[in-house]
Design a protein around this ligand. Structure first.
Ligand SMILES: O=C(CO)[C@H](O)[C@H](O)COP(=O)(O)O
Length: 232
């Protein structure tokens, strides 16, 4: 797929949202033009932080969120939570291959549950984990920071890795989304898109924008992202 044929999706990471007002935060960011809700699940074991689980995903669905929810599992083991997130209404479920005992089986579990499956690559994790499972992958998520916390700086070596992942996707002929997560800002999103990403997770750049009292506080950052992507 050439650049001209790629559609760009923006996936705000609710890791940086105000958890006390989560439903409202998600409503506001979707009203500002977000495409996907990026849902970071951390277990204080695979990564050194603890966040939210399937009950919160289900609560967002009950609140009325119909947009795709992209559940990024930073947990070990992964398989039992896969079933819980399928039941909770996730759209995409992605996991780290090092955290699964049987990567092919975990991918199959996600797909059998009717969700789209993805593998997540930490900055130092090789893309070779894809070698024998490309036919079961709907999304490749490249971490451009070490997982666990929002607000970190983008690791530049990820640009080369994006180019390599884009080559693999194009060679597969499959409609696999290439998502980037960590340190995505208005200033670097165009360069990241040129390297091959089509789906952009942004946490602090979105949820720390604007003023708490403004219900449209996310409009300008979302517009700025779109303007940058239009230049690609
Ligand atoms: O998965 C994550 C951390 O593990 C977050 O999604 C990611 O860091 C996004 O936050 P920011 O845009 O502030 O870097």
């Amino acid at each position: 797929m050439s650049d001209a044929n790629r559609d760009f999706l923006i996936a705000p990471s609710i890791l940086s949202a105000d958890f006390a007002r989560l439903g409202e935060e998600v409503d506001n960011v979707l009203a500002s033009g977000a495409d996907i809700v990026h849902f970071d699940v951390m277990d204080n074991h695979y990564v050194p932080n603890l966040t939210i689980g399937p009950m919160v995903c289900e609560a967002l669905r009950k609140h009325g969120v119909t947009a795709p929810i992209d559940a990024h599992l930073m947990v070990k083991p992964v398989d039992r939570l896969i079933g819980d997130f399928i039941d909770a209404g996730a759209t995409y479920i992605t996991f780290h291959p090092e955290a699964s005992e049987h990567v092919d089986r975990s991918l199959q579990l996600i797909r059998d549950g009717g969700c789209r499956a993805g593998l997540v690559f930490n900055p130092a994790t090789p893309l070779s984990y894809l070698d024998y499972v490309m036919d079961k992958v709907d999304m490749i998520l490249l971490m451009s920071v070490n997982p666990g916390f929002g607000g970190q700086a983008f690791i530049p070596a990820t640009l080369d890795k994006l180019r390599e992942a884009r080559r693999r996707i194009d060679a597969s002929g499959r409609a696999i989304r290439l998502e980037i997560d960590g340190g995505v800002k208005v200033e670097n999103i165009a360069e990241i898109a040129r390297a091959g990403a089509d789906t952009f997770v942004a946490g602090s750049a979105v949820f720390k924008a604007g003023s708490d009292s403004d219900p449209n506080r996310y409009d300008s950052v979302m517009r700025a992202f779109r303007e940058q992507l239009a230049l690609v």
